[in-house]
Design a protein around this ligand. Structure first.
Ligand SMILES: Cc1ncc(COP(=O)(O)O)c(C=O)c1O
Length: 381
């Protein structure tokens, strides 16, 4: 175990009150390890929200199982608890609940349903590290939880993932799997260093849009270490070298960034409150205050009429805006059947994926963003 990984483990465990932490190259790799340890395989079904990233159904399919989607609630954008029970079948093995944009919803109800049907539960905390659900850290309720340290996540190590395990019956299998991880090679680490350099010295308000576009193009074509390789978006086939370990290069970056997290969490919540106030005053759709307790606001979901037009205005005014999730299984735009998904069956998720823009919550000058929104408010929202 490298020095920085050990330091990072200690830092993370302070947030989670749990030092049973396993690191992987990305969050999706941690998810794969958890599913495998739970014995998920051919003929099994795994329930997931119909508003997620394609890298969530992917590991399920890699293991020969099938993702079963559940509609989301309009208010929370997390799984609609009313719809969940109907999706449980004799083949269901696991339910994955998700901290969408930092919000965890209905965790206790999901766990009690899982108990009733004798199912495993996993919490997808990739958006929610550092946040709480009913006073306890996100990830402390389910059998296991996984987290992401990709560069837009609560704290970043470029890319990276880790998992925690609560259900002790999984530990032996997880430890066995640890021995199967491959190590990141020289080129992978070089790529990561390049990514850190670019982010630190070249990314700013002026370069944001062009950098995002360039980065996405390069990663789609597998030319840089990106969020997802082209193959992960075009097919549900496990890429070569997928089951990879975390590295010291990543952990060093993670150690720098986790220190900023307490301040960032405060900033995110206070900006979110400003956004909610603003939208309420303009009679627009807003994130309700009763959700704030369980929301760490990695992003703030803003519903707009025409996303493309809004992005165009954003580019013109050099305003950072995010486009997750632009499809029920972001960023897939066609051939949904490869992931057993029929977008039309999930009207709420489908609608959200066409109209939500994620506005940043980690900015010092939220007023600038709000005056930009105000300028176009009736045309856009
Ligand atoms: C909801 C959700 N789950 C899982 C992941 C996977 O995290 P990672 O990129 O670290 O594999 C992401 C983001 O990529 C995500 O948005």
């Amino acid at each position: 175990m490298g020095k920085h990984i050990e330091i990072l483990r200690k830092e993370i465990s302070k947030y989670l009150n749990n030092d049973n932490i396993y690191f992987h190259y990305k969050g999706r790799v941690s998810l794969y390890a958890i599913l495998k340890a739970m014995g998920v395989g051919s003929g099994d079904e795994v329930i997931i929200p119909a508003y997620t990233c394609v890298v969530v159904p992917n590991p399920i399919i890699y293991l020969g199982a099938r993702p079963v989607y559940v509609e989301i609630s309009e208010k929370t954008l997390t799984m609609d608890i009313e719809q969940l029970e109907k999706k449980i079948s004799s083949k269901t093995k696991v339910i994955i609940c998700q901290n969408t944009y930092g919000l965890s919803g209905n965790i206790e109800e999901i766990i009690s349903l899982a108990k009733k049907y004798n199912l495993f539960t996993i919490e997808d905390c990739t958006h929610g590290f550092g946040g709480l659900y009913k006073g306890r850290p996100n990830g402390s309720y389910c059998d296991a939880a996984f987290y992401s340290m990709q560069w837009n996540k609560p704290f970043s190590s470029g890319v990276g993932g880790f998992m925690t395990v609560k259900n002790e019956s999984l530990n032996e299998k997880i430890s066995e799997l640890e021995k199967e991880k491959t190590e990141p090679g020289f080129m992978t680490k070089l790529n990561l260093r390049l990514l850190f350099f670019t982010k630190r010295y070249l990314l700013n308000n002026t370069t944001y849009w062009i950098m995002v576009k360039t980065y996405r193009w390069l990663s789609k074509n597998n030319l840089v270490t990106g969020s997802s390789s082209g193959g992960e978006i075009s097919d549900a086939i496990m890429p070569e070298g997928f089951f990879m370990n975390y590295s010291e290069v990543q952990a060093k970056e993670g150690c720098r960034n986790i220190k900023k997290l307490p301040e960032l969490l405060r900033l995110r919540k206070s900006n979110a409150l400003k956004y909610t106030e603003f939208l309420k005053n303009h009679n627009k759709r807003f994130v309700a205050e009763d959700l704030f307790e369980n929301h760490s606001f990695l992003k703030y979901p803003l519903f707009v009429k025409d996303r493309e037009l809004f992005f165009e205005h954003g580019r013109k005014h050099k305003i950072e805006l995010g486009d997750w999730f632009n499809s029920p299984i972001h960023p897939v735009q066609d051939e949904f059947e490869k992931w057993f998904m029929i977008p039309e069956d999930f009207p709420v998720a489908n609608e959200a994926s066409k109209h939500v823009v994620n506005i940043p919550t980690d900015i010092k000058n939220a007023e600038k963003l709000l005056s930009f929104i105000e300028k176009y408010i009736d045309e856009i929202i």
